[in-house]
Design a protein around this ligand. Structure first.
Ligand SMILES: NC(=O)c1ccc[n+]([C@@H]2O[C@H](COP(=O)([O-])OP(=O)(O)OC[C@H]3O[C@@H](n4cnc5c(N)ncnc54)[C@H](OP(=O)(O)O)[C@@H]3O)[C@@H](O)[C@H]2O)c1
Length: 310
């Protein structure tokens, strides 16, 4: 079969022949891949920088996909750590990490949306005790996951959702998605006494923004839960110790490991149902898998999630 194959972590994947998947275990299925999206997590898998990387090569990247079984049934499948991912004509899925989709589901929309939706959905449902009526600030709100987080927080009953990002030209769309207010990342002193921060940015903007936000809280005794989910601006942030001592800030991470595989699996059917039911505004760009090397190196278009069609 054909697949996108990584043979060196400092080179983009190339479209080439790869051995067909064989003889899966009882709970596994060999399936045809219909659509697989290029999430940031897939990039870090393919360049070996993700914290789950084992360093094994060659590697077919891709952490999830919409797939079709031998009877023509469509599934959304989330893969465990494997060197045979979803950027291939065929792959192996595990039945208990897969959800059957309705016949009319749009494979491209589902492939693009579930990962970014899941990031905030799972964090609010499984990582913290999120209460309806809470106020939520999203850092990195202009990205795919950030835009979904606005919609997820509203869906879960947030009273106020504030979107924050580095590019004010994209703020109008955040309001259209349901953000009550928008701020640049250097205006976090105006966020007010928010209850929850969903952070896709980290790095220097978070280190500075956390201090700005905390020192301008009216009530520093009010609980603040800061959920670390992504690290677009850098993998580490120099957090001022006094910021944590002088406020009731709780810093937690949400992702593979801090949320159990069981908890992720429990949420996927509901997320898939919401996505296929049209609950989210999803923007996509489809590209043939044979063009993977070119697509990989093209400048990022934050508006549209790239979805490969094998
Ligand atoms: N833990 C989990 O469960 C989980 C799940 C999904 C995603 N994630 C992580 O969440 C993060 C965002 O994913 P995504 O799908 O939203 O990616 P995306 O669509 O590529 O969006 C990236 C966002 O980060 C912003 N950004 C990039 N570099 C930045 C910088 N140096 N300073 C400030 N902002 C910056 C972008 O701003 P512009 O709009 O201005 O370009 C955009 O808002 C990634 O790190 C991803 O790995 C985690």
């Amino acid at each position: 079969m054909k697949a996108a194959v990584v043979r060196a972590f400092d080179e983009p994947p190339r479209y080439e022949e790869f051995p067909d998947p064989v003889a899966p275990q009882d709970d596994q299925l060999v399936v045809d891949v219909v659509a697989a999206a290029l999430h940031p997590r897939v990039r870090s898998q393919a360049n070996g920088s993700h914290y789950t990387s084992t360093g094994d090569l060659p590697l077919v990247p891709g952490i999830d996909a919409v797939v079709r079984d031998a009877k023509g049934k469509l599934y959304y499948a989330l893969l465990d750590d494997t060197t045979l991912g979803t950027m291939a004509q065929r792959t192996i899925i595990e039945k208990d990490r897969s959800v059957a989709l309705p016949k009319n589901a749009d494979p491209v929309t589902v492939a693009a949306a579930i990962n970014p939706v899941m990031s905030s959905w799972v964090a609010l449902r499984r990582r913290i005790d999120f209460k309806r009526g809470s106020s939520v600030l999203i850092l990195g709100a202009t990205g795919s996951a950030g835009r979904m987080a606005i919609q997820v927080a509203k869906r879960f009953g947030a009273k106020e959702v504030i979107g924050a990002g580095r590019n004010p030209r994209r703020f109008k769309e955040l309001t259209a998605l349901g953000a009550d207010r928008v701020l640049t990342l250097d205006q976090l002193n105006q966020a007010g006494d928010v209850d929850v921060v969903i952070d896709y940015v980290w790095g220097e903007p978070t280190a500075k923004g956390m201090v700005d936000l905390i020192t301008h809280r009216h009530d520093r005794g009010k609980d603040l839960t800061w959920i670390q989910i992504g690290s677009m601006a850098g993998p580490s942030a120099e957090i001022l110790s006094a910021a944590l001592r002088s406020s009731r800030t709780q810093l937690v991470g949400s992702g593979i490991g801090s949320v159990s595989g069981h908890d992720f699996r429990k949420e996927i059917p509901q997320i898939a149902k919401a996505v296929t039911g049209g609950a989210f505004d999803v923007r996509t760009q489809t590209i043939q898998l044979s063009d993977v090397a070119t697509a990989w190196t093209q400048p990022l278009d934050g508006d549209n999630r790239i979805v490969f069609l094998p």
